[in-house]
Design a protein around this ligand. Structure first.
Ligand code: GLU
Length: 476
């Protein structure tokens, strides 16, 4: 991007192609709040046939890590939030920021300030003592006819933005409505430190400008930065983008979402057995709505999504609802796809499914019964690794009578043709023969085969497990 671009930029009309961005700081995982911001920015661009840009705000070198960058990319990839441009890294754009600072010094919209940190402290102390709001007093701010102090020897200057003194900064926030702040409330922001490195708010402005961002969609923890950023954009002669500040997400218990609420990284949801479809659907409803619709695909979301139906109040996380959605999407997933996912989870647990019953068939026994893929893996694992029956269950369900019944059943199973009808008949006949009720046979059978007293329909379980495995487990 050329230096002259910002000076030549003409105001855009709102019919200009949409360009949104997601601009995470790589200081941790891609968490739920960040993922929702990314989703809304992505969806807005997709909805309007625009471009979605990924920008990594890594100027906080002490806290930014390559692992965190990777975690963000992994999270975006998992959720399939594809970006059209980037990732751009702010650390690779330092020359550009310095170039804009030089232009601003030249244009008089920024100035060198030689007030030392110690002087600033003293200044603020005195202001507080007088009951005033602490702020930079403008000593080095150039004004027509004002004589500036002599530059101290060896002094190091920071660069400050020359904020307007009068009037208001106002914008129509697409979520929060009109926001106005008096310029008198803001002091002259430091845009470059004494060592020349540009500050956070300044980099964001230059990036949003150079990247031609038309809608800035971000968390409302940035709402206080917006008036400063707007003033700098105006000083650069730029068209101000629209802003949409998303309200924060609260945890299940109504307090700020934090590590205490379990999964921090979106990848943890993958780990915990959530389908990305469910997470996307869930995130979409965190603060946005389309009538009463709760369940919709990503495509449907993109078609419906707009910024006018985002609620300005905080959204509350609801794990039960996420689980409910996940159960819904699991039911819609093909047996093959579920089997592939569960296979991966079982391999991680050292459960070998080769040589066992057909995984897709086992998965289908549980597809309607689970709300996460971890539950699904838990349910199917005993088909491949014979579970240890707890002493408690053995004492409760595998006493002498039960063992006698299983022995009688075993004889019938050995001879039965291996389909549900015949297997069900074999169990019923065993009950009749011994004068027992169905559960008196079926529950011990479940415990003996799978180590649990409850399973899907026992004839279906037997059928899927296969004769050899059933007999072997009964013998054991
Ligand atoms: N880097 C900021 C963050 O991670 C976002 C800045 C912005 O969207 O303007 O919170």
């Amino acid at each position: 991007m050329t230096a002259s671009r910002i000076l030549r930029r003409t105001p855009h009309s709102m019919s200009k192609p949409v360009r949104t961005r997601f601009a995470p700081s790589p200081t941790g995982f891609l968490h739920i709040g960040g993922a929702r911001t990314a989703l809304f920015s992505w969806a807005y661009a997709r909805r309007h046939g625009g471009q979605f840009i990924l920008r990594i705000e890594d100027t906080d070198v002490a806290r930014s890590t390559p692992e965190a960058v990777q975690a963000i990319l992994d999270g975006m990839n998992w959720l399939e939030l594809g970006w059209d441009e980037g990732p751009f890294y702010q650390m690779q754009r330092m020359d550009r920021y310095k170039q804009v600072i030089a232009q601003m010094l030249e244009a008089g919209t920024a100035y060198r300030c030689y007030t030392t940190p110690a002087e600033l402290d003293a200044m603020r102390e005195a202001q507080r003592a007088r009951g005033e709001k602490p702020r930079y007093d403008g000593t080095w701010r150039p004004e027509a006819g004002k004589a500036l102090p002599a530059i101290p020897a060896d002094a190091q200057a920071v660069i400050r933005f020359r904020n307007p003194l009068d009037g208001l900064v106002a914008w129509d926030d697409l979520v929060k409505g009109r926001i106005e702040i008096a310029n008198a409330e803001m002091d002259d922001l430091v845009i470059a430190r004494a060592d020349g490195t540009p500050t956070y708010n300044f980099c964001v402005v230059v990036d949003d400008l150079d990247m031609g961002i038309t809608q800035v969609i971000r968390g409302d923890d940035h709402v206080n930065n917006t008036p400063r950023q707007i003033n700098i954009l105006k000083a650069l002669g730029a068209e101000v983008p629209q802003y949409a500040h998303l309200s924060m997400i609260l945890g299940d218990d109504g307090t700020k979402l934090s590590k205490r609420h379990g999964a921090v990284s979106v990848m943890q949801y993958d780990e915990d057995g959530y389908l990305k479809e469910a997470v996307i659907n869930y995130l979409a409803r965190l603060g946005w709505s389309h009538g009463d619709e709760e369940v919709f695909s990503r495509e449907q979301f993109v078609e419906w999504f707009d910024l006018d139906h985002i609620t300005p109040s905080a959204a509350q996380f609801n794990t039960e609802k996420l689980k409910w959605l996940n159960a819904h999407y699991i039911k819609l997933t093909t047996p093959e796809a579920l089997a592939a996912d569960v296979e991966r989870r079982l391999v991680a647990r050292n459960v070998d499914t080769t040589g066992g019953p057909d995984l897709a068939a086992v998965v289908m026994l549980y597809r309607e019964r689970v709300s996460t893929l971890v539950e699904l893996a838990d349910s199917v694992a005993p088909y491949y690794v014979k579970p240890a029956v707890s002493e408690e269950l053995a004492a409760q369900h595998l006493g002498d009578t039960a063992r006698g019944a299983l022995a009688a059943l075993r004889a019938r199973l050995e001879a039965a043709s291996w389909d549900k009808v015949a297997l069900s008949a074999a169990i019923k006949e065993t009950c009749t023969e011994l004068g027992m009720k169905m559960p008196q046979v079926a529950i011990p059978l479940r415990v003996a085969l799978l180590g649990v007293p409850q399973t899907p329909s026992i004839d279906a379980v037997l059928e899927v497990m296969g004769r050899e495995r059933v007999l072997a487990r009964l013998d054991a």
